[in-house]
Write a protein that binds this ligand. Structure first.
Ligand code: COA
Length: 176
C-alpha cells in the first residue's frame, strides 16, 4: 500500500487522537495527555501545520479514517525572547504502534520541515530524545531552552542563517 503524507482534513481528528494516545501509551517519558495537546492546539488555532501519514485511501474501499491514518505530526509557532520570527516547534509526533520503525515518522518530520522552511521558518525546536532527532539535524541546545523544559532534551534545528540570541517558549497550550 502506498503511503501518502497530506495535511489533516476535517474528519481526521478522532484518528489523530487515537494514534497519539496509542503511540505514547506506557512510554516512560509520556505525559499521558499528548493526544489532548493536539486537540488543544487545534482548538486554539495554534496547529499551524498538521500532517497525517495515510495508507493510500484510493486502494481502500470506503475507509474510515481510523483505519487508514497511521501517523501524525503537529507543528505550532514558537516564540524567541529576542523578537526574531518565525520559529516553529514540532510535537507530538506519533506513529501507530504496529507501523513504527518503517520510516513513517521520518517522512512526516522531513515533509514538515520542508514545508515550514518554504514558509520562511528561521528554525524549529522540540523536546525529545536526541538519539532520534539528531538524524534530522537537530542539536541539543540548552542555552536556548525554556526554563520549564528539561534542557538536556531541548533541541533546535536552524533553517536559516539566523541564530537566536534569546530563549524559546512553546505555545501556552503545551502547559495547560
Ligand atoms: C518516535 C516515532 C514517531 C518515530 O516514528 P517511526 O516511524 O517509528 O520512526 P522511523 O521509522 O522514522 O525511525 C525508526 C528509528 O527511530 C528510533 N526511535 C523510534 N522512537 C524513538 C524514540 N522515542 N527515541 C529514540 N529513538 C526512537 C527507532 O529505534 C529506529 O532507529 P533506527 O533507525 O536506528 O533503527 C514513533 O516511534 C512513535 O510514535 N513513538 C511513540 C511516540 C513518541 O515517542 N513520539 C516522540 C516523542 S519525542
Amino acid at each position: 500500500m502506498t503511503l501518502i503524507i497530506r495535511e489533516e482534513q476535517f474528519g481526521d481528528e478522532a484518528a489523530i487522537f487515537k494514534i497519539t494516545e496509542d503511540a505514547f501509551r506506557g512510554k516512560p517519558y509520556a505525559g499521558g495527555d499528548e493526544q489532548i495537546l493536539v486537540d488543544r492546539l487545534r482548538d486554539q488555532n495554534a496547529l499551524v501545520l498538521s500532517l497525517v501519514a495515510v495508507d493510500d485511501e484510493k486502494q481502500v474501499d470506503a475507509p474510515p479514517a481510523e483505519k487508514t491514518v497511521v501517523g501524525h505530526i503537529a507543528f505550532s509557532i514558537a516564540i524567541n525572547t529576542d523578537g526574531s520570527a518565525p520559529w516553529y516547534a514540532f510535537g507530538p509526533v506519533s506513529v501507530t504502534p504496529e507501523r513504527q520503525a518503517e520510516g513513517i515518522g521520518a517522512q512526516l518530520i522531513n515533509q514538515g520541515l520542508t514545508t515550514i522552511q518554504s514558509w520562511g521558518a528561521l528554525g524549529c525546536i522540540l523536546t525529545g530524545d536526541p538519539k532520534y532527532y539528531s538524524r534530522f539535524g537537530f542539536a541539543v541546545s540548552p542555552d536556548f531552552s525554556p526554563a520549564n523544559e528539561p534542557a538536556e532534551y531541548f533541541q533546535l534545528k536552524l533553517l536559516s542563517t539566523t541564530t537566536p540570541t534569546g530563549t524559546f517558549f512553546f505555545h501556552p497550550a503545551f502547559y495547560e
